[in-house]
Write a protein that binds this ligand. Structure first.
Ligand code: MD3
Ligand code: FE
Length: 217
């Protein structure tokens, strides 16, 4: 048997980069799935178009959002919630493509969270200048499950803070194909995305798509 210490492959295995005790970046993990993920977007948008949600405070978000899977995250003047019905189409959200669910499960397992079965996938669309201010994801019922985030298209700088809003923030650059997994003690850390610079991506142009997989119900 030959031990391949340096296998001649296009996609060398890269060890998870820890961001905290329960959080890590899997660089390039989604690259083998990227064309399948992108091919599924027109059908999702066809059923539930991207829209700019309004926060309970009355601000319109610069990120455009839609969802797929049994539950979708929505915001309006009355608050944040997960809902089985898209308030725009007044129909169920589009089904979660099998490749989405498989990527989320494999990434979670690689990060040490075996058995992740997401029931919600929030799809965020960024254009140059779009930002996501510092927040916590706490509308999910089960904070024991991790969140898996998949970055596609233009690069972004992710802000990763602590458990209190005022805690120091670390900046993590995220590129096309990068996957981040958060759970356990890092699940409720504040996070956000800095305003996007216009660095057009060969496949997507001046767009960044982020998929976040959650166990919401
Ligand atoms: C860290 N999205 O949709 S994903 C979001 O790039 C959201 O679109 C960002 O934050 C984006 O809520 C960042 C990363 C993310 C998601 C959940 C987290 C980071 C997290 C939960 C806890 C800590
Ligand atoms: Fe978030």
């Amino acid at each position: 048997m030959t031990l391949e210490l340096f296998p001649a492959t296009d996609e060398p295995f890269r060890a998870p980069e820890p961001l905290g005790p329960g959080a890590c970046v899997l660089r390039g993990f989604a690259l083998p799935f990227a064309s399948e993920l992108l091919a599924a977007l027109p059908r999702i948008e066809g059923v539930s178009p991207f829209r700019h949600l309004v926060t309970p405070g009355g601000y319109t978000m610069s990120v455009a959002m839609t969802n797929c899977g049994p539950l979708g995250w929505v915001s309006d003047r009355s608050g944040y919630r997960y809902d089985a019905i898209d308030p725009l189409s007044q129909k169920p959200w589009p089904a979660m493509p099998a490749a989405f669910a498989r990527l989320a499960r494999e990434a979670a397992e690689t990060a040490g969270f075996a058995g992740f079965r997401p029931d919600a996938c929030l799809v965020n669309r960024y254009e140059p200048g779009t930002r996501l201010s510092l927040h916590q994801d706490r509308d999910e019922r089960d904070h024991g499950a991790p969140i898996v985030s998949v970055s596609l298209g233009m690069p972004a700088v992710f802000q990763f803070g602590g458990l209190a809003r005022g805690d120091a923030v670390e900046r993590v650059p995220l590129a096309h194909g990068d996957v981040v997994v958060w759970g356990g003690p890092d699940r409720l850390r504040f996070h956000g995305v800095l305003p996007l610079k216009d660095k057009p991506h060969p496949l997507l142009g001046s767009v960044r798509i982020n998929l976040t997989f959650r166990k919401a119900g």
